[in-house]
Design a protein around this ligand. Structure first.
Ligand code: GLN
Ligand code: ZN
Length: 758
């Protein structure tokens, strides 16, 4: 039985990759420094995986920014605006595609970025056009295979499969079927496979995660012809699907001419029996039995009871792996020195998940007795979590039982509320605002570090944060923004900040997970019933309000996003956890209102991301997600204005639900798509107010007045100006003040131009 892994976290125990990237972008370190860091991380990660007892190490799962972008480079799919002729710096071309600019080369607008399936990882969207021409343009994967071999590892290269690559790509400004590009794409894959075979590679993992989606017939059919062409006599293909069940793609997946199939046997456990009945007798079946999407310990005894008969049947043809790449979980529980032992005993991070695989494999091949102690310890841990009193809070259960439909309903309809709000705030046409955060400067981070380390007392920390808020408010006053924010200086992260103040949540010290590029998040762990012991934001917002006569916007993270960006309990429905969070937020919102905060934004950037991958499950999700939002906000008065914010979302197919959230104002990310994302709102005749983002905050480029006027004019053609707001795409925490101030000054200038022509 072989053990393998689909992918490993990239950043390093101390986020070495993040810091090397950022130094390179800033120009404080050269490319050599970055590439050396990357090289040594790959070596370390292979080493950990080999030590853990894996038979192969994945190669090609590592990326400086994103593996889909790596694939685009390998395939030579580089949009013309990034091509700068002979002698162009390839590394910087790569970063310009991701971020719009790099130490060399002309700044331009970056490629779109969007969420990888239902995770919080973002990939760079391949741009596809009718004349896109593919050719093998990068030897990076081959070089890394050599690198692994030279260091004595057994490499299993990982490729993003051609169909998933095309599916994830986007056709821009043209009307043609991207599937037509497949015949041009396949020869490059064949060439790559030939090179890999020549390097002596035995197995190649080819990822086709779209096999867990509802696929049109043409795409289903394309699989067969594509894999007929990719079939190779010189190496074995392991076709990997993950993140769900195959369902109507099951027979297709089982029948493709590949040597092995990997399945997500956590989310897709139920259908493994059907796969066994359909799989030809020469194929390897890799079962992903350890959850790559969550960090609870696997119930090893239960998995074994299920696996033993399968092992009997398949023998050596059974391989074991995590359900998906371990990119989505933190690196090593061993680094957590501050988690209490009870909780720690319930968890497994990437390194521990590999240990679980080894225990399972030993139990299967040498009998459970050979790992008795490990299995007993696992059993005790599973049982302790099931029965712990830390998990259940009767007061929360009571409030949950008391939820009535009336709690989900604002007192009046939007038109009535809008009147009350206009009377109270007297905002001008095209009100300007920002999405919440301002730059998290070195000083802010240092103050927080020192505070957490006990080197800065509470009073000094508070004074430092208040000084930041004061500065942010002054800047906004000077810029002339209509609805200021306090800037979120005191928040490390929009989810962690709240989780830290709620009961039922726990935190890691180094549990980083990559979100996009160098950006990492440390998702909290929701292990028990959620409640709010004390007010969370009132003091900061009230302080900020005391500094200005303008209406200060309060800032909270919504229940779906709190859920979506945390590791959540798997012992109750997600809906119940969302409602518990909503009840806590409801109390916070009423406290803010009582403290004089008249405008409150409840961010739900992860609302769309929460959609199940299969359409049949959307309705149930949307129902409770909308209800959770409404449960949070519906308690306020008519003249309290509720905002929500969503980024990276496509709204076309969820407009009724977006409208049902009934926020007074929604701000969305639209600039990267040139306002395309706004179309859904006009087509649906969205009834409330909208702030379509006028500039891309992920790029350090300063947006021009003209570009923003043009975007808003485009928006005004579809949406009545009386219901339009002007704001950036998202929060500004990742930017610097030197970028933010001129960008917002231009935004305010653009608004003046707009108002003057109405
Ligand atoms: N209020 C948050 C901020 O500005 C929103 C972030 C987000 O939508 N991702 O940082
Ligand atoms: Zn956002």
């Amino acid at each position: 039985m072989r053990l393998h892994n689909l992918g490993f976290p990239r950043m390093g125990a101390n986020r070495e990759l993040k810091f090397a990237l950022e130094s390179y972008w800033k120009g404080t370190a050269d490319a050599d420094n970055l590439l050396t860091t990357a090289y040594s991380l790959r070596q370390q990660h292979w080493n950990v995986q080999q030590q853990a007892g894996l038979d192969f190490v994945p190669v090609g799962d590592f990326a400086l920014y994103d593996h889909v972008l790596n694939t685009s480079l390998m395939l030579g799919n580089i949009p013309p605006r990034f091509q700068q002729g002979q002698g162009a710096n390839e590394l910087d071309q790569y970063f310009r595609m991701a971020r719009g600019r790099a130490p060399t080369g002309e700044p331009t607008f970056a490629c779109e970025m969007t969420k990888w399936f239902d995770t919080n990882y973002h990939y760079i969207v391949p741009e596809l056009a009718a004349d896109t021409d593919f050719h093998l343009a990068s030897t990076q994967l081959l070089d890394q295979v050599k690198e692994a071999k030279a260091a004595g590892f057994n490499p299993k290269p990982v490729l993003l499969g051609p169909l998933s690559y095309l599916w994830l790509g986007k056709v821009k400004g043209q009307d043609f079927d991207k599937l037509e590009l497949l015949p041009r794409l396949l020869p490059v894959y064949v060439e790559v496979l030939q090179y890999l075979a020549a390097l002596g590679v035995e197995w190649v993992q080819i990822d086709e995660p779209i096999l867990v989606l509802d696929l049109p017939l043409a795409w289903q059919n394309a699989f067969e012809s594509a894999y007929n062409q990719l079939q190779s006599r010189n190496l074995n293909l392991l076709l990997a699907s993950y993140f769900g069940e195959l369902r109507d793609n099951l027979r297709l997946a089982c029948n493709l001419p590949v040597a092995g199939l990997h399945l997500d046997a956590v989310r897709g456990r139920e259908e493994v029996a059907r796969v066994l009945d359909n799989l030809s007798p020469y194929k390897v079946l890799s079962l992903g039995v350890v959850d790559g999407r969550n960090l609870w310990k696997t119930d090893l005894n239960a998995v074994l009871a299920w696996l033993e008969p399968i092992h009997q049947r398949l023998g050596e043809r059974l391989w074991l792996a995590p359900s998906c790449s371990l990119l989505h979980v933190p690196l090593d529980l061993g680094l957590e020195t501050t988690l209490d032992t009870e909780l720690k005993n319930w968890l497994a991070f990437a390194v521990q998940k590999l240990d679980e695989l080894r225990i399972l494999s030993q139990a299967l091949t040498q009998g459970r007795g050979s790992v008795r102690t490990a299995l007993e310890a696992n059993h005790a841990a599973i049982e302790s979590r099931q029965t712990s009193t830390r998990v259940h809070n009767p007061a929360v259960a009571q409030r949950m039982a008391d939820i009535t439909p009336a709690l989900l309903q604002r007192a009046s309809t939007y038109p009535e509320r809008a009147k009350a709000q206009q009377q109270r705030f007297e905002l001008p046409l095209y009100p300007t605002t920002t999405i919440g955060s301002f730059p998290q400067t070195q000083e802010i981070r240092k103050a927080r570090r020192d505070f957490k380390a006990g080197q800065l007392d509470t009073a000094s920390y508070h004074a430092a944060m208040q000084a930041e808020i004061r500065y942010a408010v002054e800047v906004q006053e000077q810029l002339g923004l209509d609805v200021p924010v306090h800037g979120e200086a005191e928040r490390n992260d929009m989810v962690e900040y709240f989780g830290e103040q709620l009961a039922g949540y726990a935190f890691t010290r180094l549990g980083w997970v990559q979100s996009y590029g160098s950006r990492c998040v440390k998702p909290p762990i929701i292990y028990g019933d959620v409640s709010r012991p004390l007010a969370m934001t009132v003091e900061w917002s009230a302080y900020a309000q005391s500094l200005t006569a303008k209406p200060m916007k309060g800032m909270l993270t919504g229940p779906v996003t709190m859920l979506q960006w945390s590791f959540v309990r798997d012992d109750q429905p997600r809906r119940d956890t969302a409602f518990q969070i909503a009840l806590a937020l409801r109390d916070e919102i009423l406290d803010l209102e009582a403290a004089g905060i008249g405008i409150i934004q409840v961010d739900e950037p992860a609302f769309r991301e929460g959609l199940p991958l299969r359409k049949t499950e959307w309705k149930a999700y949307l129902q409770w997600a909308v209800e959770a939002f409404r449960l949070s906000v519906a308690g306020v008065r008519d003249d309290t204005q509720i905002h929500t914010h969503m980024c990276y979302s496509e709204f076309n197919d969820i407009m009724p639900e977006i409208a049902a959230m009934d926020a007074d104002v929604i701000t969305i990310e639209t600039s990267r798509s040139d306002m395309e994302l706004l179309e859904a709102f006009s087509e649906f005749a969205y009834p409330n107010e909208i702030g379509p983002g006028v500039y891309d905050i992920h790029s350090p480029n300063i947006p021009t007045v003209d570009s923003m006027v043009r975007m808003m004019q485009k928006a005004s053609r579809d949406i009545p100006p009386q219901r339009l707001w002007v704001n950036p795409d998202c929060g500004l925490k990742t930017r610097q003040w030197a970028e933010v101030i001129p960008a917002l000054a231009n935004m305010v200038e653009a608004t003046k131009v707009l108002r003057s022509v109405v």
